[in-house]
Design a protein around this ligand. Structure first.
Ligand code: ZN
Length: 334
């Protein structure tokens, strides 16, 4: 399919990637040197790959955890601004092919609101990608986005009418002894999904979407397992609600306030389950470049046995509408 739109597609700047990454991945992540090269590239490697595989527009975002892993709020704000300015300058040269999500210093909600507003209103960004919880003040203090301090931030996001992509990050090792001795389940194999699913459930249970019913949150990887489990979650909460603040079922929020992408989860039965839970209007294409291979994502998606109408919606038009991309040059002609 030509004209696809993808938006879990990551980049890095020198301030967010360092020799610490090389040391961390040495010995167990053989693809890391190539991934690092592709993260630091914006156009030279990326654009030919988009052309080859029918991806017309990419919305770029930082890799994880980047800004969310900088406990000092002032420094987090500086790095976020640097990344946002870098990508804004690049997007301005190719607005027909690229857009951007803001990186935000969630360590300080006021600074986050100011940067979000600047990015959307002044730089034309399409929303924000936040990499899970933020470390705030010191490396061991974590704050999730259902914390009441973020309510003004969410209200601002709802007012601006752009989504937040809730991207995974690993739990802090000292908070998750369940992974001790089994490092292969950390990261994107398992820990990412569990961490992000419970984060999304915290947002739902907090009553956030009752206060801000027009908010949209995006989850990657076909919903981090939530479509598969959502009935049971509601079923058991209905038996033991324990004072949950949310007024509606978790499935209602999943269907009304969330979008899911197929990033990094190129599996037809899983997609069918997601379509059955939230409908094809709320599912969208993405790759998770460069951590996933574009060719693998596209081969699966382009050959999927779904209706051409659904392929078009998932591959393109849902994203076109959500991100108001109609102004992009080639998009306007379709
Ligand atoms: Zn990703």
């Amino acid at each position: 399919m030509e004209g696809k739109i993808a938006f879990e597609e990551h980049f890095a700047i020198p301030e967010t990637i360092s020799s610490a990454h090389d040391a961390r991945y040495a010995g167990w992540f053989p693809a890391w040197p190539d991934i690092k090269r592709r993260l630091l590239d914006l156009e030279e490697l990326r654009l030919p790959e988009m052309d080859k595989h029918g991806i017309e527009i990419v919305i770029l975002s930082l890799h994880n955890p980047a800004v969310q892993g900088i406990p000092d709020a002032k420094l987090a704000a500086e790095v976020a601004r640097k990344a946002n300015d870098t990508i804004a300058e690049f997007v301005a040269k190719r607005p027909d092919r690229f857009a951007a999500f803001a990186a935000l210093p969630m360590q300080d909600p006021d600074l986050a609101i100011a940067e979000l507003t600047r990015c959307v209103m002044d730089l034309g960004f399409k929303g924000t990608m936040v990499n899970g919880f933020s470390q705030v003040g010191d490396p061991n203090t974590v704050v999730y986005l259902d914390d009441p301090r973020y309510l003004p931030f969410w209200e601002k996001l709802e007012q601006l009418d752009f989504p937040l992509y809730l991207h995974p990050r690993d739990p802090l090792v000292n908070r998750e002894p369940v992974y001790d001795g089994h490092p292969w389940f950390l990261g994107s194999a398992w820990a990412f999904g569990v961490e992000t699913a419970i984060h999304a459930l915290r947002l739902m249970a907090s009553g956030l979407f009752d206060r801000c019913p027009r908010l949209n949150v995006i989850l990657g990887h076909l919903g981090e397992g939530l479509p598969y489990m959502i009935w049971r979650i509601d079923h058991r909460i209905s038996q033991t609600p324990r004072g949950i603040p949310a007024r509606r079922k978790m499935a209602d929020y999943l269907g009304d306030n969330f979008y899911l992408t197929v990033s990094g989860n190129f599996r037809t039965p899983t997609l069918v389950d997601a379509i059955m839970e939230v409908g094809s209007d709320r599912i969208m294409f993405s790759v998770d470049y460069p951590f996933e291979k574009t060719v693998e994502a596209v081969k699966w998606f382009d050959e999927l046995h779904i209706s051409e109408r659904d392929r078009r919606k998932i591959g393109r038009t849902n994203a076109l509408n959500l991100f108001k991309l109609e102004g992009s040059a080639r998009a306007a002609s379709r």
